[in-house]
Ligand binder design. Sequence first.
Ligand code: GDP
Ligand code: IMO
Ligand code: MG
Length: 430
Amino acid sequence: MVNLGNTSVIVGTQWGDEGKGRVTDMLASSADVVARFSGGMNAGHTVIVGDDRFELHQIPSGILHREKKNIIGNGTVVHPESLVGEMVDLEARNLPLDNLFISDGAHVILPHHLLLDRLEEERKGNQKIGTTRKGIGPAYADKVNRRGIRMGDLLNPEIFRAKLENNLSYTNLLLAKIYNSEPMTTDAIIEEYRPFIERLRPHITNTVAMLNQALEDGKEILFEGAQGTLLDIDHGTYPFVTSSNPTAGGVCTGCGVGPIHIRKVVGVVKAYVTRVGAGPFPTEQKNSFGETLSTQGHEVGVTTGRHRRCGWFDAPMLRYSARINGLTHLVLTKLDVLSGFDTIPICTGYHYNDQVIEYPSNASILEHLTPIYEEMPGWSEDISDIRNVKDLPSQAQAYIQRIEQLTQVPVAVVSVGPGRDQAIVIDPTI
Ligand code: GDP
Ligand code: IMO
Ligand code: MG
């Protein structure tokens, strides 16, 4: 008899930076375990507690809750040096990390992954993806090509050396023949990684067994997504995507749990849309509206410091996300940023070749469609101190209701500021 447990998945429904870290921190208070299932240090998750600001890249955002277990799952890619850096920062802020566990099946980001990410972006020129240059694509490519190195391999020096030699026998050819670049040496990488391996050793374990045991014990697990649905390698705006599956399905492969265990799928959605990097963005506002959203929303990337492109809310995109992930709840973030607009356009559909269409998964169609907008009345009040939905200006309530109508997914929480308590909980069962 399978014990179904009580698990929730948090996913980004747009192009990342929806506020997943903030929402994970909030929902973690009722969970026992928080686990990341995809991505790596391309993620930048911000959690603000009082005057303290935490920027997490590889460590789950549940780490600020001392009594919760935090897991970096097998579907992620780990850069040992940066992970140690994150750990040292947290420890310096009085957060001991005896509750952090790293999957022995997660893949290792090696120096040439970072180098290849940059060289490939440079080679592409104006066709570039605009990656975070953290080596994510090349590390996942090595995984899929079956020459990757897993965190568990680092624990045995002979295995690490043998696998690294095998990897470099290919990678050095690639570096020399395609990129005209210097070769990497096994000894130099082993020497560079040695102190980080020793630091991470006590945390590396079989997290698949841990998670399944937790499920059998009836524990509550919260899976923290990184990136967003439209950055998914299968379902996003390919090729302008990341190299993993940040959608809900990624939980099963990225943490080794069966789909039957996933009970709630919480979609985090910004009250407008942002995107970092290249690729189509139908509702983008390259005008004073976009600049106001960017300034009021402080839309600067946590990982790369790049400015985020901004645009209006896109309902067909959220409907698409709802389907791909099977969303059961929405958490609407950054509604406070919309205060002060006379009217707020919402995209309800698209025109393409004289037809009204739903969200196309083909990025080249996205480049050529015209959004259909509906104008919602705006509000001028600062809403960041409101904690009850009935106290919101009627226009803000109407905005929330319209999003629910257009997507058929209930909004369970509205976030009105970055602080831990700046939330309006509509459905406490979330
Ligand atoms: P993530 O990658 O999805 O975790 O999101 P990021 O942390 O990259 O970006 C979200 C940003 O918005 C962070 O700076 C948060 O502190 C901030 N934030 C989250 N929720 C709210 C909100 O409701 N209102 C405002 N003003 N800021 C928010
Ligand atoms: P969080 O978890 C926003 C984007 C990059 C680029 C594309 C591919 O903070 O929401 P990659 O380095 O993954 O190969 O880059 O994906 N990207 C993100 N954009 N938030 C993120 O993470 C992102 N992670 C990757 O900008 O367009
Ligand atoms: Mg982010």
